[in-house]
Design a protein around this ligand. Structure first.
Ligand SMILES: [Zn+2]
Length: 392
């Protein structure tokens, strides 16, 4: 069988939103986009009109029952359903969520006989606006600062359409959603710029965005969708920061219930590794979620995680005990969170210039009241601006 409509894949130009279809002389095109081509939408959001494709015989008769496989050919977005069967009218439609790329993005539809593509254009989301995922489970407040705040475990929504997770950790990090919002508000007050803020509003027993998708969503379609939205909003924020600053900071905000009331900063180093010497730690730069920054920071890796200008040191100086820090260079035998999926995936360990840390906050004195959250936000934002000012 011949394959039709491959031209758009090769040219990459924006001129023709619908991939050319080879029309049999005197007959109908075998597969054609009849809706949803040539749209634009903010990066990270779905195009308003779900793209729809019509399959027909050469005499124009619709072809029901044909499987159409949808995939994203360019742009980094995703489709909600990858396999759709044409209905009685011979059409199949799909929801298409655009990725972070501001260049034209391409959606591909394939049957056993034909291929065609359409394009869409993602626009940069406007700072200060709020984007929501499906049913508002995931929220993204768009920023213009080189800082990204992530709050994956503070949500409280328990929709019936998502069964409770049966494995993993299901306890929410109380008041971390409120804490992240407070930090974002204070950042704007202090600097006049907005951090990017991504929040899971789902309770952790429904979704854990800080795990890979299998453990995170346990196969539930609505949870999988929310998980993708969370990761892709982070990617959109990452792209914005990367495009506007030499380096950026992703703070993944959590809450712990460990016996010692102190901040735990997770850079992807284990307790054992932190118990080693500074020289040994400096040899582990390829492992940290702040890999990029560790190559230019005063004092190398050790300086970054526990030197006098580390985040731990800067927060201790503002009244919030921290590990690692100059006074507590390693957690020792105390329980400690070293960093998880989000800082692994979205930090600079595997490349890029956005440096990530998992910030675990104690409850008393930080999360337990609105005034304490606000007080902590002032200290943290002050520390972040000093920290980001240390390197060009
Ligand atoms: Zn957590």
């Amino acid at each position: 069988m011949l394959l039709f409509g491959l031209l758009a894949a090769a040219c990459g130009a924006q001129a023709d939103p619908v991939a050319p279809i080879v029309v049999t002389p005197g007959g109908a095109p075998p597969m054609i986009a009849i809706a949803g081509s040539g749209q634009s939408a903010p990066a990270g959001t779905a195009v308003a009109i779900p793209p729809r494709f019509l399959l027909s015989e050469r005499d124009g008769t619709p072809r029901p029952g044909i499987q159409v496989r949808f995939s994203v050919a360019a742009g980094g977005g995703w489709v909600v359903d990858s396999l759709v069967t044409t209905g009685l009218d011979g059409t199949a439609a799909v929801e298409w969520v655009l990725g972070a790329a501001l260049a034209p993005q391409r959606l591909r539809a394939i049957t056993s006989e034909y291929i065609t593509e359409i394009t869409a254009v993602a626009t940069a989301p406007t700072p200060g606006t709020t984007l929501f995922g499906k049913n508002d489970y995931v929220e993204y407040v768009v920023g213009d600062a080189p800082v990204i705040l992530s709050a994956p475990h503070g949500g409280s929504l328990t929709p019936a359409e998502i069964p409770d997770r049966t494995g993993g950790t299901q306890v929410r990090d109380t008041a971390t959603e409120e804490l992240a919002r407070s930090i974002a508000a204070q950042y704007f007050v202090t600097t006049g710029r907005r951090p990017h803020l991504i929040i899971s509003r789902l309770h952790r027993k429904k979704l854990d965005p800080n795990r890979e998708v299998v453990e995170a969503a346990e196969g539930q379609p609505a949870a999988i969708r929310a998980w993708r939205e969370y990761q892709h909003f982070l990617e959109v924020a990452h792209a914005a920061v990367s495009g506007s600053s030499a380096h950026g900071l992703l703070l993944d905000v959590h809450g712990h219930g460990h016996p010692i009331a102190r901040l735990e900063w997770g850079y992807l180093f284990t307790s054992t590794q932190l118990s080693g010497t500074d020289i040994a730690l400096n040899g582990l730069s390829t492992q940290t979620s702040m890999r990029m920054l560790s190559t230019v920071f005063p004092g190398s890796v050790a300086g970054l995680v526990r030197g006098p200008q580390s985040l731990g040191a800067l927060l201790e100086a503002r009244g919030y005990p921290s590990v690692p820090s100059p006074t507590a260079p390693a957690p020792g035998t105390e329980p400690y969170f070293s960093g998880g999926y989000l800082v692994e995936r979205h930090g600079s360990r595997d490349g890029g210039t956005v440096n990530a840390v998992q910030l675990e906050t104690n409850f008393p004195g930080i999360r337990d009241s609105e005034s304490n959250r606000a007080r902590f936000a002032v200290a943290l934002v002050d520390a972040i601006t000093v920290f980001l000012g240390l390197t060009p």
